[in-house]
Ligand binder design. Structure first.
Ligand code: XIL
Length: 321
């Protein structure tokens, strides 16, 4: 039987995958399905490689959660996308409120990157080195956070250089949302690629998170043009956190539109050589982050809360590959 991953690999892409988390693996039926490589050839840890999880207090590293996901991927023969090194969110207060000066924060940041990347050296297809560095104020400016405010924009190339030194074989990505079609924010992401390159530091890819909304997902054409703009700078792209949410309870017509939105997004990746793969931000509504973050919204994934396929959505996804 053909699944999302087997079909996309047969069509020349590297993977179709999903985010997952350690506690959900205790759900036996969930664990069985997440290990089904016909559908999922790649895993991303939803939380367990984040700064708060890895180094909750200074110089105390806990790699157990990330190890569990890395081990599962290895046992299943799945690729691993490692997520994420430098982000303003899920960042412990010893960093965000630590009052470090420029030189000390650079040392703290590079130390975190070196230790974390070294832990999973050789296991990560890619690292999301910097996450969500662009603000949502519409002008494409950098997001104010402790790294920008203390180090300046150089924190971005410094982070990429540290990651490259620790694992030269991992693809190094910048990852963000609302950069999936042309906008000031997408232009700012293009400028991040140029910024890192201008420092003589390597950047390999752009992660298009793709947290979309049913009925306002960017068109295939808009997504293709955007991916090509990144490819023209010499980087690959991945759709890294795909989900398409709607008001709950979901209506039949919303689910029909959702099937079309999943299909148009997959179609865009299929049309662009530089798009290497697609990752769902978990695969079942049972463990989706959406209802906890966007009040009144959910039903964002191709499997429902009972781990059952939404057949119409799934079939449209397969057909788009
Ligand atoms: C989310 C996780 O899925 C949640 O469990 C957590 O509470 C918050 O973070 N962009 C990202 C991801 O890059 O790391 C976020 O993941 C979703 C938005």
């Amino acid at each position: 039987a053909s699944g999302l991953n087997s079909a996309i690999v047969a069509a020349g892409k590297l993977y179709f995958g999903t985010a997952t988390e350690t506690f959900t693996l205790e759900d036996v039926e969930y664990a069985t399905q997440v290990s089904n490589t016909a559908d999922f050839g790649q895993l991303s840890p939803a939380n367990s490689m984040k700064w708060q999880s890895v180094q909750p207090t200074q110089d105390t590293f806990t790699f157990d959660g990330g190890d569990a996901i890395a081990d599962l991927a290895e046992a299943n023969g799945q690729l691993l996308r490692c997520h994420t090194l430098v982000w303003y969110n899920q960042l412990p207060t010893w960093v965000s409120g630590g009052g470090f000066d420029n030189a000390t924060l650079i040392e703290v940041m590079t130390n975190h990157i070196t230790a974390t990347v070294t832990q999973w050296k050789g296991k990560c297809y890619a690292w999301d080195v910097v996450n969500e560095a662009i603000s949502d104020n519409g002008d494409g400016s950098f997001r104010s956070n402790v790294f920008l405010d203390t180090i300046g924009e150089a924190y971005i190339p410094i982070a990429f250089a540290a990651a490259a030194a620790a694992d030269p074989d991992a693809k190094l990505y910048y990852n963000d949302y609302s950069i999936e079609s042309d906008s000031p924010k997408a232009t700012a992401a293009l400028n991040i690629v140029k910024l890192v390159q201008s420092y003589g530091v390597k950047i390999d890819g752009i992660g298009l998170q793709a947290h979309f909304i049913v009925g306002s997902t960017p068109s295939t054409e808009a997504q293709v043009a955007n991916m090509e703009a990144f490819a023209a700078l010499g980087v690959e792209v991945g759709i890294t956190e795909l989900d398409i949410r709607t008001d709950t309870p979901v209506t039949a017509s919303a689910q029909t539109q959702q099937a079309a939105d999943y299909a148009s997004t997959i179609d865009a990746c299929m049309q662009v050589d530089a798009c290497v793969g697609i990752t769902l931000w978990d695969w079942t509504d049972k463990y989706s982050w959406v209802p906890g973050t966007f009040s009144g919204e959910g039903s964002a994934l191709p499997w429902d809360e009972d781990l059952q396929k939404k057949e119409d959505v799934y079939d449209a996804m397969i057909a788009a590959i």
